[in-house]
Design a protein around this ligand. Structure first.
Ligand code: PRT
Ligand code: ZN
Length: 296
């Protein structure tokens, strides 16, 4: 059986969460501090630790079979490689719900935004020239794209561009540079991608198993096991409040004919508001427990 290689970011915003997701899915690796390659100990699945920008190419070339990278980077590199190979394809298997950010058009804060048309003939600084060109084309606007590998946000004050297209999460960087986000180019989060290369049947099965486990970890992260006591005649109301719970288990309570114990698996987030509503509906002894693993 061939081994599967998964590429993840070595260090940076996605590194820790990518590794943790794989470890929580039951993969264990012989860690080596400096090396880029970690051997899989319990399954034939190894890790390659690289710069995030290299991950799409490793997948497109079939060096790695799976990779975790931001959709922003995957799409940018895909558009870039289509210059050489128009049929290049890279599709996400799963969105991973971390690394959220938005690629946005930003202009100096004192300027009025009069639509994307105002960029006609202007200079736009970005580290995402292909996504930016696609965005401009979508709006029928022609502008000069100044490609920078970092510190894009200082381009307008340096006079090298009139506007920028950059990643934004909290907006602090834009504000610190007297810029404001005026339009969205792309919403992004980390995703699991697979190489377009064909896999052996064994590896296809291994990949299915990994996907099921990763989905299970994602589901378990949101899922809670809720236990409570409730008046028997308020059961309908209680069941309505429990978020994402299907057919709770009802158990009788010794010596309390009017009250029952309710156990439910809630597949949506349980907030304080839900607990307060349960209490108002007559529930008591409400316990919310984390779920470690789920197989559905
Ligand atoms: O070394 P390597 O090449 O692997 O890492 P890198 O420096 O290229 O990437 P890294 O670790 O900074 O980011 C990896 C991925 O995290 C990105 O490709 C995105 O998918 C995602 N991500 C999420 C972000 C941000 N949020 C983010 N805020 N990537 C970058 N930023 C930067 C942004 O470029 C800007 O400079 O943070 C600044 C803006 O942040 P706010 O909070 O001030 O708005
Ligand atoms: Zn990078």
């Amino acid at each position: 059986m061939n081994r599967i290689k998964i590429a993840i970011q070595k260090s940076g915003r996605l590194a820790e969460k990518s590794l943790s997701l794989l470890e929580r899915s039951g993969l264990s690796f012989a860690r080596s501090k400096d090396k880029l390659f970690w051997y899989g100990r319990n399954l034939p699945v190894d890790l390659l630790l690289v710069r995030d920008d290299d991950i799409p190419r490793l997948l497109l070339e079939g060096v790695c079979q799976l990779g975790i990278v931001g959709e922003n980077v995957a799409l940018e590199k895909l558009l870039e490689s289509r210059q050489r190979k128009p049929e290049a394809k890279l599709e996400p298997l799963l969105k991973l719900e971390f690394g959220d950010c938005r690629l946005m058009l930003a202009i100096p804060e004192e300027q009025e935004f009069a639509g994307v048309d105002m960029l006609q003939g202007k200079r736009l600084a970005t580290s995402y020239p292909y996504l930016t060109r696609q965005y401009l084309d979508r709006h029928g606007v022609d502008a000069d794209i100044v490609t920078l590998s970092g510190a894009v946000e200082i381009a307008p004050s340096l006079g090298t561009a009139e506007a920028i297209v950059d990643l934004v999460s909290t907006g602090t960087t834009l504000r610190a540079n007297h810029l404001k986000a005026v339009d969205g180019v792309l919403e992004s989060q980390a995703a699991l991608y697979r190489s377009p290369q064909q896999l052996s049947e064994d590896n296809e099965q291994l990949l299915d198993k990994l996907l099921t486990r990763i989905r299970g970890v994602q589901l378990a992260a949101e899922t809670k096991y809720v236990m409570l006591h409730a008046p028997r005649d308020r059961l309908d109301k209680i069941a309505e409040i429990l978020p994402g719970a299907e057919s709770p288990t009802i158990l009788s309570l010794e010596g309390q004919p009017d009250r029952v114990a309710v156990h439910a698996v809630c597949t949506e987030q349980v907030f304080w508001g839900h607990l307060e509503a349960l209490k108002a509906a007559g529930a008591s002894a409400v316990l919310v427990l984390p779920v470690e693993k789920m197989l559905v």
